[in-house]
Design a protein around this ligand. Sequence first.
Ligand code: GLA
Length: 385
Amino acid sequence: MREDLKNDFSSAYHKEPAHTYFSPGRVNLIGEHIDYNGGLVMPCAITFGTYLLVSPNGANVFRFKSLNFDDIAEIPLQSSYDKDGNGWYNFPLGVISYFTQHDKLLQGLDMLYYGDIPIGSGLSSSASIEVVTAFALNQLFDAGFSKLDLVKLSKWVENSFIGLSSGIMDQFSVAFGEKDKALMLNCDTLDYEAVDSNLGDYVLAIVNTNKPRKLAESKYNERVQECQTALSALKQELNINYLCDIDTRTFDEHSHLITDPTVLKRATHVVAENERVKLAANALSSNNLPEFGRLMYASHDSLRDLYEVSGIELDTVIEYAKTNKNVAGARMTGAGFGGCAIALVKADKFEEFSKGVTEYYTEKIGYAPSVYQSSIGDGVRELFD
Ligand code: GLA
């Protein structure tokens, strides 16, 4: 694979790449729509991700090519950069923009990207592109940012350059991910613990609904806004910074302050989901996979009914999972509105699950999902031969 990519780089730029970097994508085991509410999440980096091959070009220009998209761009070095339409290269361009704004001296680069994460599938292909670019620039130009700085600046790209009000989970997990570990991340303090993701007899299946994610961004920003509205209402009586600063009991005592029924549903999800993450962490550390699975189903139901970010495609996958005795639990992962579901499947029954879910889904939805067995991998890094 890496040799092939080097050949692609050589045919694109007529020279060898100087460096190859890789940043993974992620799945979130539980704790959905929690990060921007200051609570606990449990993501892991996966072995799919984004490769970046790069070489300085001695010209004052950034050349962007991708093996996944047709559009290419050549953008001269400038003192500031603006988003350029909706091209994929806005993600690296946003990173370049941040470095420039912070007076980091850059030089022209020839860059080739290749991602084996299914694009737009909710496995954080965008965070992966941002973080791999930030990591590369930091190293190539000796910019002196810490890994946490790279995470924060990549989030800035997503929020301020691209315009999605996302939290920090995706960038954090693709940067700090560790093989066979889930990250228990507190999204308020950014303290985290890498916990053994010991799945016993089970493996993690990823089911991509292959549903195009239209309008996902505006719906996402709408949810963020609804949580802000809930928080402002609760602040009339509570001294809190985030919805996740309270437990379900305190929430129940003050929920009358939230007058809009939709906003109330959103906040009810957030507070209960945050508690589910704590229970899930205990279940994982005591190898109680059935309990972990039960919490996954509960998380999905809440995202479907209260947070309303699922949809017929994701629900169909979960519906199938519930009929299969070799599945401990399943849920949508990531922002929702299409994208992927994950399922805990008995290792020796993975093929059977894959076939079963494909048939069930295709029959109901009219096209097939893609099913992968996921391995949990390391975070962003340079790759050496
Ligand atoms: C997207 C965002 C994350 C997070 C999830 C939902 O992946 O980028 O910050 O909010 O949705 O949990």
